[in-house]
Design a protein around this ligand. Structure first.
Ligand code: GRG
Length: 288
């Protein structure tokens, strides 16, 4: 059920993003932006659409929000793959942007996707000006120097730190690096619907952490072909991860407990929130 819903959202978000990005023409940066936005599970975009639907918001208003978070996510992956960061050559089963083009094009395509996201959020169809400002401000905070960028900086610093990170430090690092950009679209759906975002924040905080625990499990147990990216890099780099600190069984138990916690946070919504509960289960069981 959730796989079919995700597949439908993947197609819709992909087509919408490709259409919006076609405005930029055929220069290398625009082509690299489209390439980077192609594919992926669209977990963040789906969260925006599903949360908006749960709050009675039309898909027409939610789609630019879904596209905006996927654009920021694509930018973060382009920059994360650069030689100065993770130095990866494979993403979504294809060469990374700096390999397919060059480093300068990759940096510029990432920069342009980040600014594109805020242009999308400012579009009139998203809603009244105060709603758009709340969304712009929320995404800036989630992605910026107190959010994803800070998490990434701490992750890079950990590589040369005198000691491996401890569990509470990893939880905080991942809350920033991965969690904030998963939390934002869930909250954005409530903002679009004029509802209290607190339950969605609780739900998304749990799935954000579950997502990262699952990613660490996948790094050890997964298949590179299915995942579409290089695996087993963390162990090789001697990096502390949820699996290295907890062991595989305990990490799996932790991911399942976080999915339960996420589902519990939605109790006030009843059965209408079942697609989001299914997403929480999918996140911990995924193979890519
Ligand atoms: C460069 C500022 C800056 C930040 C990069 C998110 C991130 C920060 C780096 C990605 C590194 C990484 C592989 C983290 C693990 C969790 C994660 C975000 C995986 C990729 O997201 P998915 O699995 O990707 O949702 P798809 O391809 O499905 O969209």
């Amino acid at each position: 059920m959730i796989r079919a819903e995700l597949a439908a959202a993947q197609a819709q978000i992909g087509a919408w993003l490709a259409g919006a990005l076609s405005d930029f023409g055929d220069d290398a940066v625009a082509a690299a932006m489209r390439y980077a936005c192609d594919g992926g599970k669209r977990v963040r975009g789906y969260l925006a659409l599903a949360s908006a639907r749960l709050h009675g918001v039309d898909a027409d208003r939610a789609m630019p929000v879904a596209a905006a978070v996927e654009a920021v996510h694509a930018y973060s992956l382009i920059h994360d793959d650069l030689p100065a960061m993770d130095d990866d050559d494979l993403r979504r089963g294809r060469p990374t942007v700096h390999v397919a083009w060059d480093e300068a094009t990759a940096i510029l395509a990432g920069d342009a996707l980040l600014t594109f996201a805020f242009e999308l959020l400012s579009r009139p169809e998203v809603g009244p000006a105060d709603v758009r400002i709340t969304l712009v401000s929320g995404l800036s905070r989630a992605a910026g120097a107190g959010g994803m960028v800070l998490g990434q900086a701490r992750d890079i610093a950990a590589e040369t730190a005198a000691r491996p990170l401890m569990l509470d430090e990893i939880v905080e690092l991942q809350r920033l690096k991965t969690g904030r950009l998963i939390e934002w679209p869930a909250v954005a759906g409530a903002v679009l619907g004029g509802a209290d975002p607190a339950p969605m924040r609780g739900y998304a905080a749990a799935i954000g952490l579950a997502f990262q625990v699952a990613d660490d499990i996948l790094d050890v147990t997964g298949d590179e072909l299915a995942a579409g990216k290089r695996l087993r890099k963390d162990g090789g780099a001697g990096k502390a991860t949820f699996v290295s600190l907890l062991g595989l069984d305990e990490a799996r138990a932790r991911a399942d407990a976080l999915a339960d916690e996420a589902c519990d946070a939605l109790s006030g919504y009843g059965a209408a929130a079942d697609p989001l509960r299914d997403l929480a289960r999918f996140i911990v069981a995924r193979d890519r």
